[in-house]
Design a protein around this ligand. Structure first.
Ligand code: URA
Length: 240
């Protein structure tokens, strides 16, 4: 038997806190009865219905996708744009760990393991995300230093970042820069560069924790190997 909110989280319905709210709001039915008491223990084999939909516990699956520009990273889109599910047509109900903008390419991990996702996106563990970025103009050392230290974005100050490579293009009008951050706030990388005066021209997520898209063509995906999942679980529990 497991606590109902934990089962909802495991099934990828919502984070633990949101699942608790759904229970309190009377949206969750177990074997035909609405349960509003937090902490109610339930068998996995019970018929659990959330907001009218029956939830199932599938085998856990883990994929890595190299998303091209021009796809939304949600699983459905109100404007009928192409989604990552058009690229990863699997039978399981998968969702991405973190988001990439429509015009960002690169690495997305997709899973139906809600527990795994919630751990990996938790800021406490500071899982590294490496981005390869092309920006307008020439990035100066002083600006790199500001990004490395943490930049004030108005609503929050970014955590320290690592700038691992800076190269000017041949015409000296733009810069290729690699940056490693440990957060994943909305438009974070674009906002960080804008805060030091540079528009982002191209943005690609190259690495998430220990996994990269080095050998994966844009638009392709593959199953994560068991040892890769294990390494990510380690990061999710211990950080970096
Ligand atoms: N930062 C951004 O600005 N956009 C992304 O898609 C990912 C990180």
């Amino acid at each position: 038997m497991e606590r109902l909110q934990k089962l909802l989280q495991q099934a990828g319905i919502a984070s633990r806190r949101k699942a608790e709210q759904m229970i309190v709001d009377g949206l969750v039915e177990v074997d035909g009865e609405i349960v509003t008491e937090l902490g109610t223990k339930v068998e996995k084999s019970a018929k659990i219905v959330v907001d009218g939909k029956r939830i199932t516990f599938e085998d856990k699956v883990y994929y890595v996708l190299n998303k091209p520009v021009g796809y939304v990273s949600t699983t459905d889109d109100e404007f009928q744009r192409a989604t990552i599910l058009d690229l990863v047509p699997v039978k399981e109900r998968i969702f991405p760990i973190g988001r990439l903008d429509y015009d960002t390419s690169g690495l997305l991990i997709l899973t139906n393991d809600g527990d795994f996702m919630n751990h990996l996106i938790h800021p406490r563990y500071k899982v590294e995300k490496e981005y390869h970025v092309k920006i307008e103009g020439l990035l100066r050392k002083e600006s790199s230093a500001i990004l490395a230290k943490g930049v004030d974005l108005g609503d929050f100050v970014s955590q320290p970042a690592k700038i691992t490579s800076v190269k000017y293009d041949d015409k000296k009008t733009s810069t290729y820069v690699n940056i490693v951050i440990t957060e994943g706030k909305y438009h974070q990388v674009r906002r960080m560069f804008e805060a030091v005066g540079h528009q982002v021209i191209k943005l690609k997520r190259y690495r998430f924790g220990t996994v990269t898209v080095k050998d994966l063509k844009e638009g392709d995906y593959r199953t994560l190997k068991p040892h890769e999942v294990k390494q990510l679980w380690n990061l999710a529990k211990h950080g970096k």
